[in-house]
Design a protein around this ligand. Structure first.
Ligand code: FES
Ligand code: FES
Length: 169
C-alpha cells in the first residue's frame, strides 16, 4: 500500500490527509474523516447509496479512487445547508414521506442536489433519470420524485423573491 498526501475541499473546508490513493473515496470519507452520510450499499456502483458530489457532478464514491479527490471540491449532505436551517430538499423529503428507512436518502438527495444545480426546473422524466442510479429498497420512488419537484419549486420561488427584493433595494 502506497500512502500519499491528498488535499481537497470537503464541504468547502480544506482537508489534508495521508491515505492510499487507490482506496475508495467512500472509505476515505467514512473511515478516515468520519463523514458517515455516504453509505456503503453494494460497494460496486450499483445502488447509489454512496453518492457524493465531486466538482459539481454526482458520483458513486465507492468507485472513485481517493487520489482522484486531490484538488477537488467534495460535497456531502452535511454541506448542503447553512447549519441553521435544513435545505429545501431535506425538508421536502421529510414532508412528502420520502424517507422510510433512510439508507438511500443522503445519496438520493445528493443526486437531486446535483440535478437542481444544473437544471433548476426539471421535468419529472429528468428527475427520474437523475435518480435512476439510486436504489430505494423501501420503494418510495413516487414520494421521492414529488419531494424533488417540490424542493425545485420552493427554490425557484425563493430565487424570484430574492431577485424582486434586490430590485426594490
Ligand atoms: S455503495 Fe456505491 S453504488 Fe452502491
Ligand atoms: S428509504 Fe429505505 S432504502 Fe430508501
Amino acid at each position: 500500500m502506497d500512502i500519499g498526501k491528498i488535499t481537497f475541499l470537503l464541504n468547502d473546508e480544506p482537508v489534508t490527509i495521508y491515505a492510499d490513493p487507490a482506496e475508495s473515496l467512500l472509505h476515505l470519507l467514512r473511515d478516515q474523516l468520519g463523514c458517515m452520510s455516504p453509505k456503503e450499499g453494494c460497494g460496486r456502483g450499483e445502488c447509489g447509496a454512496c453518492t457524493v458530489i465531486l466538482d459539481g457532478k454526482a458520483v458513486n464514491s465507492c468507485l472513485v479512487p481517493a487520489g482522484k479527490a486531490a484538488g477537488k471540491n467534495i460535497r456531502t449532505i452535511e454541506g448542503i445547508s447553512d447549519g441553521k436551517s435544513v435545505h429545501p430538499l431535506q425538508r421536502a423529503f421529510v414532508e412528502k414521506g420520502a424517507v422510510q428507512c433512510g439508507f438511500c436518502t443522503s445519496g438520493m438527495i445528493m443526486s437531486a442536489y446535483a440535478l437542481l444545480a444544473e437544471n433548476p426546473a426539471p421535468r419529472q422524466e429528468e428527475v427520474k433519470r437523475a435518480i435512476s442510479g439510486n436504489l430505494c429498497r423501501c420503494s418510495g420512488y413516487k414520494q421521492i420524485e414529488e419531494a424533488i419537484m417540490t424542493a425545485a419549486e420552493e427554490m425557484n420561488e425563493n430565487r424570484v423573491r430574492f431577485v424582486e427584493k434586490e430590485q426594490k433595494e
